[in-house]
Design a protein around this ligand. Structure first.
Ligand SMILES: [Zn+2]
Ligand SMILES: [Zn+2]
Length: 99
C-alpha cells in the first residue's frame, strides 16, 4: 500500500466551519471523521518517544507530552482538594462529638 498524498488532510482550510472532533496527537491536525484520522495517523511513521507515565498515551514531542500531562495534574490537584475537604469534614464531626 502506498500513500502518495494526504488526500484526507482537510485541515488546509481551517476556517470553513466544519466540525473536526478527531485530533491527531502527533501533529495536532483535526479531522472530521475517525476514518480520516486513522488514515492520517498512518502517515506518521515516527516512533512516539514520549510516553505518559500515568496512562497509555504516547507522544512524538516533549511539548505534546507536557500539554497532555496537564490533564493528569489537574485531576491530581482536584483529588487532593477532595481529600482535604474530607479530612476537614471528619475533624468538624469529631469536634462536635467530643462536646
Ligand atoms: Zn498528524
Ligand atoms: Zn496520560
Amino acid at each position: 500500500m502506498k500513500i502518495e498524498t494526504d488526500m484526507n488532510d482537510i485541515t488546509e482550510h481551517p476556517h470553513d466551519g466544519k466540525p473536526r472532533p478527531y485530533l491527531c496527537t502527533v501533529c495536532d491536525k483535526r479531522f472530521g471523521t475517525k476514518k480520516h484520522l486513522k488514515q492520517h495517523e498512518q502517515t506518521h511513521n515516527v516512533d512516539k518517544l514520549y510516553s505518559c507515565t500515568q496512562c497509555e498515551k504516547r507522544f512524538a514531542t516533549q511539548r505534546n507530552l507536557s500539554q497532555h500531562s496537564n490533564v493528569h495534574s489537574k485531576s491530581i490537584s482536584m483529588a487532593v482538594f477532595v481529600l482535604l475537604l474530607y479530612f476537614y469534614t471528619v475533624m468538624v464531626i469529631e469536634e462536635k462529638n467530643e462536646i
